[in-house]
Design a protein around this ligand. Structure first.
Ligand code: EPU
Length: 419
């Protein structure tokens, strides 16, 4: 079993390079199913989740090549087969469900294991299915699987009750090759959605925004091979911004898009952190006095749920009372008991956590309960007295490539050990 051991760090110094966004790369890889030609994805890090989805494509007979040197991921789905049986890899990662839309578009059929819930919530898929049905698919639910079939998908107007990221992506991909026009109302508006749209448009799709939360997809006949570089990971960047804030340090974060980071920057500013734009990145200066802040997670451009645990670690160290309300996932406070073990003072009342800051955190054994919870525990470990030993780090590896190496470069005493 592996653990990450992090020791109290006085100050971070230097620069950190941000990788491409996991939540862009995964739908984009699913989108490669739509095209029977070679697609080159630049600057892709082989995260655990990326390995799962590329293995799935390989099993279905796509050609997939990856270079550890250039970080190019080359996918050719000319010979890909439809997914017609339940598959272990699909069960391993919820995001695998994103192949359903492109499979339906390309083959008119797909049979896939029903994704289960996970630590952060039950994560239903009825909005994805509502979209497929509206496009003319027949949906059959069996023993732990879903089967969708359609002779020809036909564009339609689809209203999403909630702007689900995955449902928006799946419906976009299902409708790219459909007959006629599809309009998604109350669609998700995350930067990763627009990265997927840019990627598909480069391949020849015809997709554009039609005003607030409206996405219009005009069906096209076919798509062609391209090269695309997915956007940088705003959540990885946000995690390092919090690292600077919690340690009262100043660091440079390279390769980020300030606009994508706006909700995180605004909240950190409220806490007293100074963020300035630099050529090719931002400087995050956390050396000033800090103030409490109240946070409510919301779909973009609201505050991202994927930054909520990291902000909770920070707010646990700021004198006064802060409130965090989690509205996106019903169970995303699993990190609270772990932070309590480190001496934080947090009470949960329904969907709101009340944080009494200014405790001196103390290092101990803690477990990451999900990806971002794990990141939050490392952040807490940066300022906790002594040593923090974070277990269950396979969760962290799903979304951060060599997180300990990036922290080490910033001067943190951190190592990965096998015990
Ligand atoms: N929801 C429904 N019905 C549906 C779909 C979603 O009720 O059919 C609910 C979910 O249960 C949840 C909420 O809507 O309560 C948000 O879910 P959404 O579909 O927007 O999330 P997702 O597509 O499953 C992606 C990211 C998550 C990120 C969320 C929200 C990927 C691969 N995953 O998940 O990333 O938290 O959007 O921004 O893109 C992470 O990176 O740590 C992570 C969990």
């Amino acid at each position: 079993m592996e653990k990450i051991i992090v020791k109290e760090t006085k100050e971070l110094k230097g620069e950190v390079d941000i990788s491409s966004a996991k939540n862009s790369v995964l739908p984009i890889i699913a989108g490669c199913i739509l095209c029977p030609e070679k697609i080159v994805l630049k600057n892709v890090k082989m995260l655990e989740d990326v390995q799962v989805i590329t293995s799935l494509l390989r099993e279905l007979n796509s050609e997939v090549e990856y270079s550890e040197i250039t970080n190019d991921l080359v996918i050719n789905s000319y010979n890909i087969n439809p997914l017609e049986e339940t598959n272990e890899l699909v069960r391993k990662m919820r995001a695998s469900f994103l192949i359903m839309g492109p499979m339906l578009a390309r083959f008119g059929r797909c049979k896939i294991s029903l994704p289960g819930g996970c630590n952060i919530g039950s994560r239903p898929i009825e909005l994805h299915l509502k979209g497929f049905k509206a496009l003319g698919a027949n949906i059959k639910q069996g023993h732990g699987y879903i089967e969708a079939t359609a002779k020809k998908l036909i564009g339609n107007r689809i209203y999403l009750d909630f702007p689900s990221v995955g449902a928006t992506e799946n419906i976009i991909m299902a409708s790219v090759l459909a007959k006629g026009t599809t309009i998604i109302e109350n669609a998700a508006d995350e930067p990763e959605i627009w990265d997927l749209i840019n990627f598909l448009n480069k391949m020849g799709a015809d997709i554009y925004g039609g005003g607030a939360r409206k996405i219009i997809i005009k069906g096209v006949q076919n798509l062609h091979g391209i090269t695309h570089q997915p956007i940088y990971d705003r959540i990885e960047a946000g995690t390092f911004m919090v690292a600077a804030a919690i340690t009262n340090s100043m660091i440079k974060i390279n390769d980020v898009n300030e606009e994508h980071l706006m909700p995180i920057i605004e909240k950190l500013k409220e806490c007293g952190v100074v963020v300035t734009e630099e050529e090719n990145g931002i400087i995050v200066d956390g050396r000033y006095d800090k103030s409490t802040a109240d946070i409510k997670t919301l779909p973009h451009p609201g505050f991202p749920t994927d930054m909520q645990p990291q902000m909770m670690a920070l707010l646990s160290t700021i004198k006064g009372t802060s409130l965090i309300t989690e509205t996106v996932f019903e169970n995303r406070f699993m990190h609270v008991p772990e932070l309590l073990r480190m001496g934080a003072n947090i009470k949960i009342d329904g969907r709101t956590a009340v944080i009494e800051g200014c405790t001196k955190l103390t290092g101990c054994d803690v477990n990451s309960t999900d990806l971002r919870a794990g990141a939050a525990l490392i952040l807490a470990g940066l300022v906790a007295e002594g040593e923090t030993r974070v277990g269950e780090i396979h969760h962290i590896d799903r979304g951060y490539k060599n997180i300990e190496e990036k922290f080490r470069k910033l001067g943190v005493n951190i190592e990965r050990v096998t015990i």
